[in-house]
Ligand binder design. Sequence first.
Ligand code: NDP
Length: 278
Amino acid sequence: MANIIDGKKISAQIKEELKEKVAAMGEKGIKTTLAVIQVGKDPASSVYVGNKKKACAYIGIRSLAYELEEETTQEELLALVEELNGREDVNGILVQLPLPSHIDENTVIEAIRPEKDVDGFHPESVGRLCIGQPGFVSCTPAGIIQLLKRSGIEIAGKECVVVGRSNIVGKPMALLLLRENGTVTIAHSKTRNLKEVTKRADILIVAVGKPKMITKEYVKEGAVVIDVGIHRNAENKLCGDVDYDDVAPVCSAITPVPGGVGPMTIAMLMNNCVEMYL
Ligand code: NDP
């Protein structure tokens, strides 16, 4: 049976480490502040924003919450981002996605100053990751690298297959694995013979957004399987993109859903808020 990679435990360790760093920074008079902007009242976004505020409070990061009406115009939102860009007491700016359809997400992301882009979505942050320069890295893939490293899983030289090529998960994930010297393949909806591709993986990262799509036929015996997906099934229970019960017996390590990748995303956001001082 596979080792279960415990994202809850690892994210708790990271938060403890950050709490100590923030306390040490506080003694030197350095304060860190994250501004979180939510437009509208999407229930899932409200939960994510609430969790981010809680994590900030726990670690000792000041958070400023901006809860804007659904009808907020793009110009009004951009004006707020601009104001926060200019404020010296604000170190990080996060605009919770998705935004209402009348607002262009890319325009808003690009308006955030790259030095305050703690989500790592700005084209400059992505470009820096691509050419190996320091910069903010998208939190979910950064969290997956921590899960692997802190579970003692070597990446260098391994066949890594990432299924999914979104800008926030698949692409930065592939770049990070490459930075760690993995041999990386990216698969997507147009990939032919997906099972043959995924069966090559020593480390298989799945971010397809399709409940339980990956069954044991896609997985090589002894592979490490990381499941990024989050879904609610018919019984209102959380499940991932990987059919956990089917896959766990054939792999060497696996992340569960919930309690795998999910908790790492906020831990890495907190890390990004603190990292700029380290
Ligand atoms: P997207 O929908 O943006 O991207 C999905 C990707 O999967 C696309 O690149 C798509 O290919 C590919 N894909 C879809 N169907 C198939 C298929 N049948 N075979 C191969 N590839 C396929 O999703 P995200 O990357 O944003 O998220 C993926 C999952 O991760 C979701 O369940 C999401 O909820 C979850 N998530 C979890 C987070 C966490 O903190 N745990 C954070 C972010 C996301 P193509 O490009 O060709 O269309």
